[in-house]
Design a protein around this ligand. Structure first.
Ligand SMILES: C[S@@+](CC[C@H](N)C(=O)[O-])C[C@H]1O[C@@H](n2cnc3c(N)ncnc32)[C@H](O)[C@@H]1O
Length: 292
């Protein structure tokens, strides 16, 4: 994903929003998707949206706000808005110590428990999946643990994001070496086919994952996701305020099956957000558990 400043030309830098225009757009973004933009980040809104104004031939941020709210093409523009205001930084095997706990403790125990109950049905939700590196990593981990036995399991990883641009990239399953910067070399050799500068993910991993556009600020959309044993929502709630975090956690709690596990980013915490989950402390990771 390109950085904020590489997307900004000198022409676009000349566009400024008045305080009132900034407030209108900032509040509307929050109303739409729960992303909180602090008062001192007007430059961020100006920089990220300048190209949109230029493409639409609009002169002021006030005109852009009206376009977002009332134009007949507003739906399409909302997708462009989500594309430019979200931060999509991610990689395969992001935060290895947490994934080690996930593979060797959480998933291993869960698969054993399911088998003991005579069930081979597993549902995982990667919420805020960006360009697919996280859900595909979970697919690879499942292959690593189950090996040939995976064929006898009914596994689905639902991967959702608000940005259709990242979801389109995810569906292709084609990555650059940058996406693999935190991935063990033997995993790259085993699950990717290199073609020049492109790395093509193996079909047996791709087929475990279903991508879907979903706004975490929309309770009804959240309710439509099949109930899961595991939810990953890493490096997403850092963009939300406490009220939005609380709403999202309550929907995750409802979605999780009894005994299910929630994993969030290493810089994120549920302190003062939710007491519904029981935190389990492991070396390298906290797992938030729904009691069985
Ligand atoms: C920094 S990425 C995290 C990707 C991945 N989970 C990881 O940890 O590597 C955050 C993602 O959250 C998504 N996001 C932000 N607000 C959202 C919302 N309201 N609903 C759904 N996705 C959202 C963004 O589009 C972005 O792709």
């Amino acid at each position: 994903m390109s950085s904020l400043f590489s997307r900004t030309t000198s022409f676009q830098r000349e566009l400024h929003a008045s305080d009132e225009e900034f407030r209108q757009i900032r509040d509307y973004i929050y109303e739409l998707c729960g992303i909180h933009i602090a008062d001192n980040r007007k430059y961020l809104v100006e920089n990220r949206l300048a190209a949109r104004l230029k493409d639409l031939n609009l002169k002021t941020f006030g005109e852009y706000y009206y376009y977002l709210r009332y134009d007949k093409n507003r739906r399409e523009e909302l997708n462009r808005l989500f594309e430019v205001i979200t931060t999509n930084e991610t990689s395969f095997y992001r935060n290895p110590p947490q994934l080690k706990v996930f593979q060797e403790v959480v998933l291993k125990d869960m698969l054993a428990e399911l088998k003991a109950k005579g069930s081979r049905r597993l549902r995982i939700w990667s919420a805020g999946c960006s360009s697919g590196e996280e859900p595909y990593t979970l697919g690879i981990i499942l292959h690593e643990l189950l090996r040939a036995e995976i064929a006898s399991w009914d596994i689905k990883i639902t991967a959702s994001d608000i940005s259709t641009a990242v979801l389109d990239a995810a569906k292709s399953g084609v990555y650059s070496d940058y996406a693999l910067r935190t991935t063990p070399p033997e995993i790259i050799r085993k699950y990717f086919k290199q073609d020049g500068k492109e790395y093509h993910l193996a079909e047996n991993v791709k087929k475990l994952v279903r991508f879907d556009q979903l706004n975490l600020n929309d309770k009804l959309q959240m309710k439509r996701v099949e109930r899961s044993q595991i939810i990953f929502c890493r490096n997403v709630i850092i963009y939300f305020d406490d009220e939005m975090k609380t709403r999202v956690m309550s929907s995750f709690y409802d979605n999780l099956l009894p005994g299910g596990a929630l994993l969030i980013g290493h810089s994120e915490s549920l302190h003062n957000i939710s007491r519904a989950f029981r935190p389990e402390h492991h070396k390298g990771a906290i797992v938030y558990r729904k009691d069985s």
